[in-house]
Design a protein around this ligand. Structure first.
Ligand code: ZN
Length: 153
């Protein structure tokens, strides 16, 4: 059989596909985001065995493997555990570059959440820096209920 493609130079193009989808956040994240939206409170879940509080909340303690029970308010202040600065404008970024992302460990929490760091020039951000949550003007049952973290006053 004759190979009709043997003399065709293959051409490759770069493109992107968009795949919109939805999923249920689950009971733990749903409660966290609803209270964040309606009461502007940042809550974590407490392990009944070791007493650690997790924010973002966890349904199960990753140390004891038991379900967390109580909800405890954490923050709104915390510290920068680590951070990075993005200088390339990507389509997924909703803010203009340079934009800083940090892992923020809120007061009272054993873990850290990823969020924007703003209100400061990126080169002045440091690990261990005290920051505080700034709530967004627009209500949202998502992590965007917090606009960013800024240096604590
Ligand atoms: Zn535990």
């Amino acid at each position: 059989m004759e190979d009709i493609f043997a003399e065709i130079e293959p051409q490759v193009y770069n493109s992107q596909i968009s795949v919109p989808y939805q999923w249920w956040a689950g009971e733990t994240a749903s409660k966290f985001f609803t209270i964040l939206r309606d009461e502007k409170k940042i809550l974590g879940t407490e392990c009944p065995q070791c007493g650690r509080v997790f924010c973002p909340p966890k349904k199960t303690c990753p140390f004891c493997y038991v379900d967390t029970k109580n909800w405890k308010e954490v923050g709104p202040k915390g510290k920068v555990i680590t951070y990075t600065v993005v200088y390339r404008q990507l389509a997924a970024l909703k803010k203009d570059v340079p934009v800083a992302f940090g892992l923020i460990q809120l007061e009272g929490s054993a873990n850290a959440m990823l969020h924007y760091i703003g209100g400061i020039e990126p080169e002045k951000i440091s690990i261990g820096m005290e920051v505080e949550a700034v709530f967004a003007d627009e209500k949202s049952a998502s992590i965007h209920a917090i606009s960013h973290f800024r240096p604590a006053k």
